[in-house]
Design a binder for this molecule. Structure first.
Ligand SMILES: Nc1ncnc2c1ncn2[C@@H]1O[C@H](COP(=O)(O)OP(=O)(O)O)[C@@H](O)[C@H]1O
Ligand SMILES: O=P(O)(O)OC[C@H](O)CO
Length: 496
């Protein structure tokens, strides 16, 4: 049997498909961006048909550029933007509403009401999450309550819910498989991550009928095979994981205490906590990192909503750069002495603040402030937000602050940002050779399940360093800057 694996990485801004060979080398790559829709303040939607179309096109392109045909590929691994919610008609496979994206805040009021009723401790105890519009449950209920006739159709069992992995699985298998994996289930607010099952109390609380839900499988498991018409031959799907979890696997963070941080649209830091459910005292999330052979491995996660998205805003909103990579050049030319601080709370603030109503602000602008200082403050905001996450992780996790941080995601291409990150964190930042870490993690899950890729230890030994960024900022300067960042955040938070 061949050992080529096709990984599908359906992200927030683009769909990618990567063909890996047995030594984890990339031999084929396809990528397609798609439209983002912001219908109201704090709302973010995708067209599910765009997600589907771009995935299929990216896969076809990746297979073609690899020089292989579908029958040469041993298995597919799927990884996806998490929490994003799609509800579709089981008969036609057609979504009844746009995908409500993880960043979307339209259910903030509902979450606040549940919070005011004192329900967060119960919800956190079961799910490891918080009552925030980020997660899927209130998004599902919103669709059922706002699409005419949807509740009745749901009651009759005619509708299906899925996060993006589930929707893609449904489409790829021609409607034969309605399933997800434990990592994606763990982001819905409906799944008890200690018991490993959908929870009736939570289903009642969020008013979501059980008939909508997919079956939950391991992350390395059999998920059916693709419709032969799609790629010319059926391909078995053997791995599924949320993208942050897949990056944790792709960075080979298999040991408790190992930590990675991914910089895509948002930034997500995850520390492996082994078989322990560690309840955060610092408003981090407890989640499933991966589930193999029926055994969940847990993680603590810090989630921030805006990382690379701030660079997109410099490009598409302000128009001060044409391409993302110009942000680092601008920042490097900025006046170091201007104390400009940018809190990019475009869709509220995530960990550790969890303020869905906060909106972005830039502080310290003077007549001398130019696009350079704004770009610098934008890139630095991603570093400061990581400082807040790592501080919270260090308080929750017994071994304290990490000495090094493995990074990945589109934004880590920026050397300027990575050096600044090392400086402001006072931690060594390690960027791997394989930057397609998320896809690699999904590929490993599928390849391992298919029996054509090695086990965890051998896979870990293949991790290779590209660049190490060593911290070089004086402690007094670092603490002063972090304090000023926190003042800026304090002025952005809404009083509740
Ligand atoms: N050289 C760069 N400097 C700064 N940001 C970058 C650079 N290259 C890409 N990015 C940012 O990385 C993000 C894309 O990363 P990716 O991991 O593909 O995200 P996602 O999975 O969320 O779609 C974009 O928001 C983009 O602005
Ligand atoms: O698509 P990304 O890489 O921005 O990741 C999105 C996260 O999965 C949201 O939880």
């Amino acid at each position: 049997m061949s050992s080529y694996i096709l990984a599908i990485d359906q992200g927030t801004t683009s769909s990618r498909a990567v063909v890996f060979d047995a030594s984890c080398g990339v031999i084929g790559l396809g990528q397609q961006e798609f439209a983002q829709s912001f219908p109201k303040s704090g709302w973010v939607e995708h067209d599910p048909e765009d997600l589907w179309r771009t995935v299929v096109e990216a896969c076809r392109y990746a297979i073609a550029t690899s020089g292989l045909s579908a029958s040469d590929i041993a298995a597919i691994g799927i990884t996806n933007q998490r929490e994003t919610t799609i509800v579709w008609d089981r008969q036609s496979g057609v979504p009844i509403h746009a995908a409500i994206v993880w960043q979307d805040r339209r259910t903030a009021e509902r979450c606040r009401a549940l919070n005011d009723d004192g329900l967060e401790p119960m919800v956190s105890e079961k799910t490891g999450l918080l009552l925030d519009p980020y997660f899927s449950a209130t998004k599902i209920a919103w669709i059922l309550d706002n699409v005419e006739g949807a509740r009745a159709r749901a009651k009759e069992g005619r509708l299906a819910f899925g996060t993006v992995d589930t929707f893609l699985l449904w489409r790829l298998t021609g409607g034969r498989v309605h399933a997800t994996d434990a990592t994606n289930a763990s982001r819905t607010l409906l799944y008890d991550i200690r018991k490993g099952s959908w929870d009736d109390d939570l289903l009642r609380l969020f008013d979501v009928p059980r008939s909508l839900l997919p079956e939950v499988r391991d992350s390395a498991a059999d998920f059916g095979e693709t419709d032969p018409d799609l790629f010319g031959a059926p391909i078995a799907i053997r791995g599924v994981a949320g993208d942050q979890q897949a990056a944790t696997v792709g960075q080979a963070c298999f040991e408790p205490g190992m930590i990675k941080s991914t910089y895509g649209t948002g930034c997500f830091a995850m520390v492996n906590t082994g078989d322990r459910f560690v309840a955060s005292q610092n408003r981090l999330l407890t989640t499933i990192a991966y589930q193999i052979d029926g055994r969940p491995t847990y993680a603590l996660e810090g989630s921030i909503f805006i990382a690379g998205a701030v660079v997109q805003w410099l490009r598409d909103g302000l128009g001060i750069i044409d391409r993302s990579e110009q942000s680092g050049t601008l920042a490097a030319a900025a006046d170091q002495d201007q104390g400009v601080f940018f809190v990019p709370a475009f869709t509220g603030l995530g960990a550790p603040w969890w303020d869905p109503d906060a909106r972005g602000a830039i502080f310290g602008i003077t007549r001398g402030t130019t696009a350079r200082e704004i770009a610098r403050a934008a890139l630095e905001s991603v570093c400061y937000q990581t400082v807040d996450l790592i501080d919270a992780i260090a308080k929750d996790w017994p071994s304290g602050a990490p000495r090094s941080l493995r990074v990945d995601g589109g934004m880590v291409a920026s050397d300027w940002t990575m050096q600044r990150l090392a400086d402001l964190l006072d931690v060594t930042v390690e960027r791997p050779v394989v930057m397609e870490t998320t896809a690699l993690g999904a590929a490993w899950l599928a390849g391992y399940r298919a029996g054509v890729w090695p086990g965890q230890r051998e896979f870990s030994e293949r991790w290779r360093l590209d660049t190490r960024f060593e911290p070089s900022m004086e402690m007094t300067e670092r603490l002063d800057r972090v304090n000023r960042w926190r003042e800026a955040v304090g002025r952005t938070l809404t009083a509740r």
